[in-house]
Ligand binder design. Structure first.
Ligand code: NAD
Length: 362
């Protein structure tokens, strides 16, 4: 573990600052209790950075992120920044978070979701269907559709338009990501499900071929391939039959929002975006949800996705899984005590959830 542990905090937009304040407070409290030295830097990202600096992600921010052990982010974006045109800009230059993911090469995004006993009634499932669900969506984060080129919207001769995006993956991008999937499956139940659309996409054919090839090095792991449409259906039908799910950038994005339903709300889901399983590299921790403009500024956002992201930070960047588990336990206590925000059917404020988690940490 680095000493001091260097953390860069980028609250982002919308509810980002509200939930990051809670995550950071939990991080600082646990570090103080455990005698862990920290060096914390703050900066702006995306909309907030655009308003102050006219850039969605400054070079200085990238440098600070690379020099940090971890980056804690809220969420970024909002309609007020959607239509800003930067001539000739790549997708990453138009999105601060995408630039940071690309610069840090955090290609392996871990998005766990599970069913909490005390929240079963809040899910759209019958309790007996979702009880025991504990899934990890592994989303490839640095390739595929969001970064692909060519892309564009062209006007045709008849005045109508055509739009296109390319889902590019090299065999090496798939290979390094699949290896993380097999490693993590080995640390869990030994079951790995890879999802693709190899029935209709060339990138899917390569994906399935390379994942199968990497699997030859992991004979102890049970690999299953499913078409994404069927996989998402099965995830709804029998949530407990999945463990680790390997998905490209877009399918992973869809799958992780979908399995948030196991936990009762999108606000519950954390993520860790890693440069492989190499603890020496800077990693990004952020909730899966977006900036929720509909509830921003009201003090009612669920901060648990961010708090659980801090738990993942303890596990992967500080190599202190025990402290990550302590945060998980504090969150469980908060849920069991019924201190729930509106998205979970309660009436607690962000601050009340914060206080309950802090008191449960002791
Ligand atoms: P969203 O995740 O912001 O919101 C979807 C729904 O979930 C909303 O009803 C919202 O109120 C609710 N919700 C989300 N997080 C919550 C929380 N912590 N507590 C309580 N309720 C919560 O998705 P969206 O509305 O599609 O997107 C809004 C903006 O966020 C867009 O600009 C989008 O681009 C951006 N976005 C950013 C990220 C990111 O930074 N990683 C991810 C997704 C969306």
């Amino acid at each position: 573990m680095a000493n001091p542990f260097k953390l860069l905090v980028l609250p982002g937009d919308g509810i980002g600052p509200e939930v990051v304040a809670v995550g950071l407070s939990v991080f600082e409290r646990l570090c103080r209790l455990e005698g862990i030295d920290t060096e914390i830097q703050h900066d702006l990202l995306h909309g907030a950075a655009w308003e102050k600096y006219g850039s969605f992600c400054r070079d200085e921010t990238v440098t600070a992120a690379k020099q940090s052990d971890a980056v804690l982010i809220g969420a970024v974006g909002g309609p007020q920044w959607d239509d800003i045109v930067i001539e000739g800009a790549t997708p990453a230059e138009r999105d601060g978070l995408m630039r940071l993911r690309e610069e840090l090469e955090t290609y392996a995004c871990l998005r766990p979701s599970r069913a909490y006993e005390s929240l079963l009634e809040q899910t759209p499932f019958k309790p007996q269907v979702v009880r025991g669900a504990d899934i990890l969506i592994l989303r490839e984060l640095c390739g595929g559709l969001p970064y692909g080129n060519p892309r564009g919207i062209d006007q045709l001769e008849d005045g109508s338009y055509q739009a296109y995006d390319a889902n590019f993956y090299t065999s090496e991008e798939i290979r390094r990501f699949a290896a993380v999937g097999f490693e993590i499956a080995g640390q869990r139940s030994g079951k790995l499900t890879s999802i693709d659309k190899s029935n209709v996409m060339e990138s899917g054919i390569l994906w399935r071929h390379i994942v199968t090839e990497v699997g030859l090095d992991y004979p102890g792991i049970e690999l299953t391939h499913l078409y994404t449409d069927n996989a998402l259906y099965q995830m709804m039908l029998r949530p407990t039959s999945f463990d680790v799910v390997l998905a490209d950038n877009i399918f992973g994005d869809l799958a992780s929002d979908l399995v948030a339903s196991y936990a009762g709300s999108l606000g519950m889901l954390p993520s860790a975006s890693l440069h492989g399983l190499n603890p020496g590299k800077s990693a990004i921790y952020e909730p899966v949800h977006g900036t929720a403009p509909d509830i921003a500024g009201q003090g009612i956002a669920n901060p648990i996705g961010t708090v659980l992201s801090v738990a993942l930070m303890f596990e992967y960047s500080l190599q202190r899984k025990d402290l990550g588990q302590r945060i998980d336990a504090a969150v469980e206590q908060c849920l069991q005590a019924g201190v729930l925000t509106a998205d979970l059917g309660g009436s607690a404020s962000t601050e009340q959830v914060h206080e309950k988690i802090l008191s449960a940490l002791h």
